[in-house]
Design a protein around this ligand. Structure first.
Ligand code: CP
Length: 308
């Protein structure tokens, strides 16, 4: 039963619950008009202490397309956080006005603190370099919709695997499906955190390898998941500048890739994928952004306990 619960990280959902959300998203895609009023009278609070385009706007579009309403702030500076208000006090206040909230925060664990201070469902919309569970729902729906399944794949994840919260959440979620192999492609300094390697991959006996050169593994991949080097998480600008263009996928590099490989990216991109790749049929990152809205519609419905 998902009604009334918060979503802080992907493992908060059982595989069965994940399937329920993805199945509902499929139904919404098939007949969006049937869902146009299901959240009438409900209010979503979007509490974004960090910049966002896709997550905030897709949450807002999701609630609006379900017939509900939206309120919120798009930076900590425009809320009373700028005057020193705590996350706990903010969420207690928002719960007086809203039925459900999505929170993005630069501090890891902030949405969890919020969830512990209210009975209203709180959705983690990205906390620091930690987790981004609704991006994972987006990624799973995209892969399942475009490839027809979520098992028996070799998934290449490339870029900033250290700070990229979408990567951490995706590895956690995919590690529960059968016969998933990971090829983790990053510079030495941006390898996945130890806790993901040891507690998720090694502990569960999941096949993976860590490599530095994308070209050497391109032909093995069913999914290529590119990520941006996370400038905002670096302490030292010189390190960012040295690492930021470590990987740039272009048409030439894709020549060795499978014809049915799909290229995903949580976006925003900086230079990791050349614009020329956008017209390649394997480039699916804008479709992915659209799936993000549908899966958030399904999630909001489930957490509010509303049905068609
Ligand atoms: N994928 C994602 O989280 O994008 P935004 O930062 O634009 O929300």
């Amino acid at each position: 039963m998902l009604k009334g619960r918060s979503l802080i990280e992907p493992m908060d959902l059982t595989l069965e619950e994940l399937d329920e959300i993805l199945d509902l998203a499929d139904q919404i895609i098939a007949g969006p008009s049937e869902f146009a009023d299901v959240c009438k009278g409900k209010v979503l609070g979007t509490l974004f202490y960090e910049p966002s385009t896709r997550t905030r706007l897709s949450f807002e579009a999701a609630m609006l397309r379900l017939g509900g309403s939206v309120m919120g702030f798009s930076s900590g500076e425009s809320s009373s956080a700028a005057k020193g208000e705590s996350v706990a006090d903010t969420i207690k206040t928002v719960a007086c006005y809203a039925d459900i909230a999505a929170m993005r925060h630069p501090k890891e664990g902030a949405p969890k603190v919020a969830a512990m201070n209210t009975d209203m469902p709180v959705i983690n919309a990205g906390d620091g370099g930690h987790q981004h569970p609704t991006q994972t729902l987006t990624d799973l729906l995209t892969i399942r919709s475009l490839k027809g399944k979520l098992n028996n794949f070799t998934i290449g994840i490339c870029g900033d695997l250290k700070f990229g919260r979408t990567v951490h959440s995706l590895i956690k979620a995919l590690s529960r499906y059968e016969n998933i192999k990971f090829v983790l492609i990053s510079p030495e300094e941006l390898r996945i955190p130890e806790y993901i390697r040891e507690e998720i991959l090694v502990r569960n006996g999941i096949e993976f390898k860590e490599v530095e050169r994308l070209e050497n593994v391109m032909e093995e991949l069913d999914v290529l998941y590119m990520t941006r080097v996370q400038k905002e998480r670096f302490f030292n600008e010189a390190d960012y500048i040295r690492l930021k263009d470590s990987y740039i996928v272009n048409n030439e590099k894709l020549e060795k890739a499978k014809k049915d490989m799909i290229i995903l990216h949580p976006l925003p991109r900086v230079n990791e994928i050349s614009v020329e790749v956008d017209s390649d049929p394997r480039a699916c990152y804008f479709k992915q952004a659209k799936y993000g809205m549908f899966v958030r519609m399904a999630l909001i419905m489930k957490l509010l306990g509303v049905e068609k």
